[in-house]
Design a protein around this ligand. Structure first.
Ligand code: ARG
Length: 464
């Protein structure tokens, strides 16, 4: 491509470190799409004749069909997707193919291809997140009144409902979708036409190419256009946070499916066995979702480190944006799909969870609240009295509700047998009616609201 100034071919090791075709062939659709838009603009502006444009357009169609069919030979000697496509185009069209590269450079080309790929992928991820939220909200509605222990420090804290717990993830994923949507808005500007770094002397129409590729507008500064990878970084940041959320949920699935907890069963479809221990049912999918957060966070860190300290404008360093970005966003897609599968598949064991909800004096706060409400005790004092009652129950090795009235009155004489009404886990969750609280009626209403909003959002993306 630059034979004019060069007398000998690159060293083999140079080719190996320099070539990106092994991974940037992923961008072939985006590359051809960008070329079509650029070519149509060049023809419309009279920079390329209609005859040449027609021939090149037909040639691009042939290249596309060859790649689609798997009939295309990608060559390392041609470095990257841009030159692989262009070289084949020249074979098909002849010298006129060389006119396509007028008023553009691989620098603005690759920036455009990457934006298109990331944008497509972010759209797919957003739709997947929506589906996962729907699966969670449906499960939440079905188990809005199923009591389980709520934890802080992974110690039984207060009873909550399983539906309430699942809706927490619907919230997290809603913020994830928001972050992707936000990144998409900023990324949706077209770098094509910035050329190598300084713009071009040809009378191009960057607004036309931007519109043809579905961008809101062209990027405003040619140096920034070819040196910016914020769109990838922001998407990776959104992906990293989302992966972190999924990894927390995955860890909970791992805990819940242990025989010791046995809160939840996964079907065979999302479980593996052991080749040596016949009794085992391993939650491998959950473990892998938990782990994949590592490579996704790694891709974000990796690209930040590549970009830091880079002088303007383009530098070959930036070719290192690709593998991490491709891998991270694909991994996230896999994680979301696997998590949605597990959510739809999981069967909570209401009996086991309810029993666990009552263990560990999880209704101690309800007892303290009763002392505040009924005996008008200051909460700090109620906390102290409750602590002594819990100590008593613990010494006797029984639950709070198994203490006798006389035993409780030994600690606080004004206690009446009304107290027993608040010590059950069902009563406890039913009383938590504050906005955002775990009362089953709240959870049901929240789940319904979420499902309606998700349905609306899905209809909007489907029509877009
Ligand atoms: N393969 C290159 C990349 O991904 C394309 C841009 C090459 N530009 C250049 N000036 N060598 O960054």
């Amino acid at each position: 491509m630059w034979g004019g100034r060069f007398e000998s071919a690159p060293a083999a090791i140079m080719e190996e470190i320099n070539a990106s075709i092994d991974f940037d062939k992923t961008l072939w659709r985006q590359d051809i799409r960008g070329s079509r838009a650029h070519l149509a603009m060049l023809a419309a502006r009279g920079i390329v004749t209609e005859a040449d444009a027609g021939a090149i357009m037909a040639g691009l169609g042939k290249v596309e069909a060859e790649i689609e069919r798997g009939d295309f030979t990608f060559t390392r000697a041609l470095e990257d997707i841009h030159m692989n496509v262009e070289s084949r185009l020249a074979e098909i069209v002849g010298p006129a193919a060389g006119r396509l590269h007028t008023a553009r450079s691989r620098n603005d080309q690759v920036a455009t291809d990457m934006r298109l790929w990331v944008r497509d992928t972010v759209d797919d991820l957003s739709a997947q997140i929506l589906d996962l939220q729907t699966a969670l909200a449906e499960k939440a509605l079905a188990f809005a009144g199923t009591v389980m222990p709520g934890f802080t420090h992974l110690q039984s804290a207060q009873p909550v409902t399983f539906g309430h717990h699942l809706l927490a993830y619907v919230e997290m994923l809603g913020r994830d979708r928001g972050r992707f949507a936000d990144a998409r808005k900023r990324m949706n500007e077209c770098p094509l036409g910035a050329a190598a770094l300084a713009g071009t002397s040809f009378p191009i129409d960057r607004f036309a190419t931007a519109a043809a590729l579905g961008f809101d507008r062209p990027t405003a500064n040619s140096l920034d256009s070819v040196s910016d990878r914020d769109f990838a970084l922001e998407s990776l940041a959104a992906a990293a946070i989302c992966a972190m959320h999924l990894s927390r949920f995955a860890e909970e699935i791992v805990i819940w499916t242990t025989p010791q907890f046995a809160f939840v069963k996964l079907s065979d479809a999302f479980t593996t066995g052991s080749s040596i221990m016949p009794q085992k049912r391993n939650p491998d999918a959950a473990e892998l979702v938990r782990a994949k957060a590592g490579r996704i966070i790694g891709a974000l860190t990796g690209l930040l480190v590549v970009m830091k300290g880079l002088p303007l404008a383009y530098a070959k360093d930036m070719q290192e944006d690709k593998e991490g970005t491709f891998d991270a966003l694909r991994s996230l897609s896999l994680c979301i799909a696997a998590t949605a599968g597990m959510v739809r598949d999981m069967r909570p064991d209401a009996k086991v969870m309810k029993k666990a909800a009552g263990a560990g004096y999880a209704t101690a706060t309800d007892l303290a609240d009763w002392l505040v409400r009924t005996l008008k005790m200051p909460f700090r004092e109620a906390h102290h009295v409750t602590g002594r009652i819990v100590g008593l129950a613990s010494d006797r090795n029984v639950g709070l509700e198994r203490l006798t009235l006389a035993e409780m009155q030994g600690v606080e004489p004004r206690i009446t047998d009304e107290i027993f009404a608040v010590l059950g886990v069902d009563k406890s969750v039913r009383s938590r009616t504050s906005y955002g609280g775990t009362a089953p009626a709240n959870v049901r209403a929240q789940a319904r609201r979420a499902l309606a909003a998700l349905k609306k959002a899905a209809a909007k993306t489907a029509s877009a």
